[in-house]
Design a binder for this molecule. Structure first.
Ligand code: SF4
Length: 377
């Protein structure tokens, strides 16, 4: 059987930087016009990465892919199809920012072959969007989702952020209700984290900004499960919800250890035993591509592989299956895992049934502390 792989393409441009974001991107437009050509150079000299594999997911993320000219995105997609065996049913996603979309762009993305759109709505309240330095307002966020749907996208995801300082419980409920009422069958909902190298991180360091209290975070998480559950969304991963099984097939690859090739600055790749990562700086990335220098990599040692397996599978509702774990790491390792998990099973944080170990959905929110008890050194 031919195994399936994914391709991720990082488009490292943003019009401005959101205050919470630590993804690699630059706000200058310099280099944008030539970027598609660089990506094509990279995919040509790295095309053997997925040798003998079919590609069934392609994901253009960033940064802001919609800042690249649509014809450039189309050219990259055409080259991907030329260099790799792309499955006819492939899921091909473009991340879009609400302020960039227009009916004409939606049509051109569809015509180029994109069949899934992930829209960075984040909140439907202007005050939150301003606080986070998003470039769009609430009305544009709603309009973008409707525009994508009216234009023909049948697989739409939207992003929400909770745990925003100043956001009331009522506002969070409204955000969830509005999101569930839009023509999108997938929602990614992330709690705001304050990363050191961001504007919020610097404000926190200066004592001017902080996370919301834990109890509020837990209440908002519970509200998330309740309201989306009532609206027919299944929580298939700790932060991801889907109606009608419209899971993100691409992101699922990261949680189930499938192989993927990452193109563009800061993109990571995984070939089943080694991980590789491209440099983050645009200048360094450009120089490496021009000199056909392969990205740095590391072999994933058995203990690291085992810990990542535990961590990523437990992020999913499916959890860890005994048979899969045993065939990867052996029977003794499975028994060792159960012993490590025992205390959390008895407290109800983890559930072991039908030969599967998984998180209780309520305990998922506090999963970090529990996961560290399940790691081997
Ligand atoms: S959140 Fe998205 S749009 Fe905002 S800076 Fe990060 S990558 Fe750019």
């Amino acid at each position: 059987m031919v195994s399936m792989s994914g391709i991720y393409i990082h488009i490292p441009f943003c019009k401005s930087k959101c205050h919470y974001c630590d993804f690699f991107s630059v706000t200058k437009s310099e280099g944008r016009e030539e970027f598609a050509a660089l990506l094509i150079e990279e995919l040509e000299f790295r095309s053997d990465y997925l040798i003998n594999k079919q590609v069934d997911t392609i994901y253009f993320g960033g940064g802001t892919p919609t800042l690249l000219h649509p014809s450039h995105l189309e050219t990259v997609l055409k080259h991907l199809r030329k260099m790799f065996t792309v499955n006819s049913e492939a899921e091909i996603t473009i991340e879009a920012n609400p302020d960039d979309l227009s009916p004409g762009l939606v049509t051109s993305y569809l015509e180029s072959g994109f069949n899934r759109m992930s829209i960075g709505t984040q909140s439907f309240f202007d005050e939150h969007l301003k606080l986070m330095n998003r470039r769009h307002d609430a009305a544009q966020a709603i309009e973008a989702v409707r525009m994508a749907s009216a234009g023909g996208f049948r697989n739409i995801s939207l992003d929400l952020i909770y745990g925003i300082p100043g956001m009331t419980a009522g506002q969070w409920e409204q955000n969830l209700t509005i999101a569930a009422g839009l023509p999108a069958d997938h929602i990614s909902a992330y709690h705001l984290t304050i990363e050191p190298k961001t504007r919020f991180g610097r404000l926190k360091k200066a004592g001017l900004f902080s996370e919301i209290p834990d109890e509020e975070s837990v209440e908002q998480y519970q509200k998330l499960l309740k309201i989306l559950g009532e609206q027919g969304f299944e929580q298939y991963e700790i932060s991801n919800f889907a109606r009608d099984k419209r899971y993100s097939r691409h992101n699922t690859k990261y949680w189930t250890g499938d192989t993927y090739l990452g193109l563009g600055p800061s993109a990571h790749s995984f070939d089943g035993s080694c991980r590789h990562w491209n440099p983050s700086g645009l200048a360094k990335y450009t120089a490496d591509i021009r000199s056909k220098k392969l990205p740095k990599g590391e072999v994933i040692e058995q203990s690291m592989h085992r810990n990542e397996y535990v961590m990523t599978r437990l992020r999913t509702a499916a959890g860890i299956e005994k048979a899969g774990f045993q065939s990867a790491f052996g029977e003794a390792a499975w028994l060792e895992l159960l012993v490590m998990a025992d205390e959390h099973i008895s407290k109800g944080y983890l559930i072991y049934e039908n030969e599967k170990l998984r998180f209780d959905t309520a305990a998922w929110f506090r999963s970090d502390g529990i996961l560290s008890d399940l790691f081997v050194v």
